[in-house]
Design a protein around this ligand. Structure first.
Ligand SMILES: N[C@@H](CCC[C@H](N)C(=O)O)C(=O)O
Length: 279
């Protein structure tokens, strides 16, 4: 099976081209592919499938509007509704592979259609839809409790403001949260203002652990920070361990812009896929 490796601000993905939807992507297979020692290594998998062949009625209902469906999986094999860096890398892959033209078009995702804008090379921008503010929530980390804003970007986030530099946080363990408040789990972001409309952020992602960036998370923290300042719309810069993205809030939606890089491509040995360790 062919694969491509890519990343958006070092949030990295194994891209699996499966236009006809023939691939049986079991959670264990995804986890093995994402394993950084025994597999290729990544924060998640992007299966590139034609919307009409996605094998999911909700996805196939978008076939008239989007040719391609982003079937995103977390590193643990679990399914997530949306991935902001993933959709940008997905779009870059489609253009690079000649499967879509540079310009503006919709990608189908489990969270609905997402409009991407890209040239033949360079940054990719995506309309992420309106951040949904759901009130406050709490997380715990290293014996401390944090209050944040619950934000849905199609997937669940808890955006927690902190006073100290985010580099000082210990994210080697998962933050605690109340499963009654977050029955499907949650991506927990910690952010701090470092300038005017300028934030730094670290994240512990549901299903992937600490990653070096989370696109939906950067929009969630920008939306939370804007909410604290009375709904400040416009451009927000968000620094993450893997680089920098720009979030624009306004017009009843949000946009995420940043790099999307294809790094390598190759062939996954079919013997390894069938029986890892045996080939
Ligand atoms: N890294 C992604 C988010 C991936 C999904 C997330 N872990 C979840 O389970 O919701 C991004 O760039 O948005």
């Amino acid at each position: 099976m062919r694969f491509v490796k890519g990343h958006g601000t070092e949030n990295d993905f194994v891209i699996l081209p499966d236009p006809g939807g023939v691939l049986d992507l079991a959670p264990g297979t995804v986890a093995r592919l994402c394993d950084r020692r025994a597999g290729i290594g990544a924060d998640g998998v992007l299966r590139v499938v034609r919307t009409k062949a996605a094998g999911d009625p909700a996805a196939e209902a978008m076939a008239g509007e989007a040719e391609w469906f982003m079937d995103y999986r977390n590193a643990d094999g679990g399914i997530a509704e949306m991935c902001g860096n993933g959709v940008r890398v997905f779009a870059r892959y489609l253009v690079d592979a000649g499967l879509a033209a540079p310009g503006e078009w919709d990608v189908a995702t489990r969270a609905g259609l997402r409009r991407v804008t890209l040239g033949p090379s360079g940054d990719v921008s995506v309309d992420m839809g309106p951040p949904e503010h759901l009130g406050t929530g709490r997380a715990s980390l290293a014996g401390r409790s944090y209050t944040g804003e619950r934000v849905s970007m199609g997937n669940p986030h808890l955006a927690c403001p902190v006073e100290r530099p985010v580099a000082e946080l210990d994210l080697t363990r998962a933050p605690g949260f109340d499963p009654a408040v977050f029955p499907d789990g949650v991506n927990v972001e910690f952010y701090r203002a470092v300038g005017e409309r300028h934030l730094e952020m670290r994240v512990y992602e549901r299903g992937s652990g600490e990653t070096r960036s989370c696109g939906t998370g950067t929009v969630a923290v920008a939306a939370a920070a804007a909410g604290e300042r009375g709904g400040a719309e416009g451009e927000w810069t968000v620094d993450v361990p893997g680089g920098r993205v720009v979030v624009t809030l306004g017009g009843g939606t949000s946009h995420l812009r940043g790099p999307a890089v294809l790094v390598a491509e190759g062939e996954i040995r079919s013997g390894w896929l069938a029986a890892p360790g045996a080939s």
